[in-house]
Design a protein around this ligand. Sequence first.
Ligand code: GLY
Length: 360
Amino acid sequence: MTVRVPVATTTRHYEVVVGRALLTSLSALIPSAGESERLVVVSDDNVAPLYLDTVAGGLRAASFDVSSVVIPHGEAQKTLATLETVYGALYGAGLTRRDVVVALGGGVVGDLAGFAAATFQRGVRLVQVPTSLLAMVDASVGGKTAVDYRRGKNYVGSFYQPLVVVADLDSLATLPEREVRSGWAEVVKHGLLAGGETLDLVEGGAATHERPSERLIETQVACKASVVARDEREETGERAQLNLGHTIGHAIEAATGFRRYTHGEAVALGLRATLWLSERLCGLSGADADRAQRIISAVGLPERLDDVDPEAVRSLVRRDKKADRKGVGYVLLSRFGAPAPGVRVEERLEAEVIEWLQRR
Ligand code: GLY
């Protein structure tokens, strides 16, 4: 069954279409497709061999002029240099503002192709086709686009909403186990932020070590869509709550050169640190912190941070995009479903939590 989750932002109203066998019929799901002639599909060398022909074939059958650009996979590719490769493909295809960039892949492709679409000719149309769990439940929804700059995670980017997000659940069947686990990090994050039945559903799913159920994915997309609708540009503090676990997670990714950990693995370590801090600073009970740590372990996400200079992680936390002159405000939890944004953590505790992550 196909489900359509509406996302109502100030800049655009669109839908996240969640269902099966959607990749062959993409043209029918692109609003005002008839106004454009050309599409450039951006994908990576993991996803393209699996789905590019299907997607491009379906679009060509609907009389689109389709070209593609395939980048190497991995977070280390989210650079200005790769962005320039994508611009080259858009330029070479003669894309106009009425035409469409299709981001076919996981979070890296979505962020990079999204930023290319946001900035090429000051903005061409964008369709997000997430093929990873992480991109389906989080990255593709809500219009965040970016590349990393030096060691600054997502330092250069914009908010740019797509015409539509098409999440074909069939594409999860080919997702490597490591990527499934990585996606679970964001699923667990949403569970901790929502608490209650959502967390129970997440916990039950985590225990099976499998791909999340359709229901879980739809619930997560709906949660994300409602947060984005209330705070599209992270201005009221509501969307900032989605950064739970990301302050230290992003610093870990950067400190390890965007190569050692996937985004989800680094976020899992960030979530573990967040739980430790929440117990000490926000009154999260030890039982709840332990429960959450067990959920993270149940899906096979990393237990420990290995071989990283703790000072490098701390200095990168200070460079977090959300930091001001006084430092960074962490999102912590006072209980499940009750996030506490903007908590200042003194340097001594920051050092202690990183040390704890390294020796647990
Ligand atoms: N991934 C966090 C957000 O979209 O705001």
